[in-house]
Design a protein around this ligand. Sequence first.
Ligand SMILES: O=C(O)c1ccccc1NCC(=O)[C@H](O)[C@H](O)COP(=O)(O)O
Length: 203
Amino acid sequence: MFVKVCGLSTPESVREAVDAGADAVGFVLTASPRVVSPSQAASLLAGVPDGVTPIGVFRDEPVADAIAIARAAGLEWIQLHGDRSRADVATVHDAGMKLVRAITMGAGQDEFEDWGEDLLLIDAAVPGSGESWDYSSVAALPVLQGRNWLLAGGLEAANVGQAAAAANAWGVDVSSGVEATRGVKDLAKVRAFVQAAKAAATV
Ligand SMILES: O=C(O)c1ccccc1NCC(=O)[C@H](O)[C@H](O)COP(=O)(O)O
């Protein structure tokens, strides 16, 4: 099970996620209680070893702005939430970067198709809100079979195994479920989440 821990803003939380075995870490570079500046993201990157993928997270920014900000932070992967097009995917790849394309569970059928992104992320209606949804609603979608995609929205250590199984997910992403208060990561919750996700059955 691929595990991403998102919304990290301190060296301690990066270290905990990495030591626990996370495959990817997310730095939010858009308006959010978890926002970090490009220079903060750049210094947090120092704690991310080879083999763990650091990802810059954006919501409604034009794709060119997201690319420029991510570059300034030294990031090669970006996660784009909001209204996106196939052309945006090409723009990210033309810039030599990799893309996590985030959609909501209620997205139209076309958005679930493979647009050539490197990873798809299926999230709750409001990203980073901690809201859960009916994870089983995507389990049998033919368009997701054999795809690398991440389940997000309302996950925590206590439900990640069941949620991933219900959705038939390839990987998972968490933010709110590993926080003490909004925007403040709880290191014990980070570790417990990664361990629970890694112990869950993989598709
Ligand atoms: O975390 C935010 O505040 C945020 C703001 C704008 C766009 C994306 C944002 N977060 C993305 C994520 O952290 C994850 O992809 C996911 O939505 C986590 O959701 P949850 O575990 O329910 O907080």
